[in-house]
Design a protein around this ligand. Sequence first.
Ligand code: HEC
Length: 162
Amino acid sequence: MKIYLIIFHLTLFLFGFIFVEHHLRTPDRAAASRQSLMTDNSGIAARLAAVGQIGTAQAQSTSTPTQVAATETAATETTVDGQKVYQASCIACHGAGIAGAPMVGNAAAWASRIEAGADSLYSNAINGFQGSSGMMPGKGGNASLSDDEVKAAVDYMVTQSQ
Ligand code: HEC
């Protein structure tokens, strides 16, 4: 009987020892696997870096006006995607020719407009206008769009409608 008690207590002690040992080293192992994730080619480091850049841009935009302008110009130059703007703000009317809007892809509906020139299209799209077929709201009704975003959307619509 006594021998079982001894074995039982030894086992208990061994288990306790392994348990404590294991958890004592957990922080080291977490750091080690984090390090290997950052340095292998899983792309995690790159994704973390991108988040860091956005943070930097926001930090800059709260500092000085000149920096804000520089950041925003850089952002529009690199990120304006006419197709995305079109899909977000213009497709509601221009996708199917709703409310008299010239339908994207319908060359006949666009020919005379394109003939008038890009500047006329840009300013009508940015400022809005009442034409013979309907009312085009300025910036498609999305005042938060920059002029460059609207122009990029117009360019996209024109290339799809020639
Ligand atoms: C609420 C519906 C509506 C939305 C949203 C809309 N448009 Fe229009 N758009 C119109 C209508 C209607 C016309 C035609 C007006 C006319 O010629 O009578 C038009 C015409 C145009 C023209 C032709 C201008 C010209 O000189 O003939 C362009 C370019 C244009 N839209 C760009 C855009 C862009 C870019 C967006 C998104 C940012 C957009 N539209 C969103 C209704 C819309």
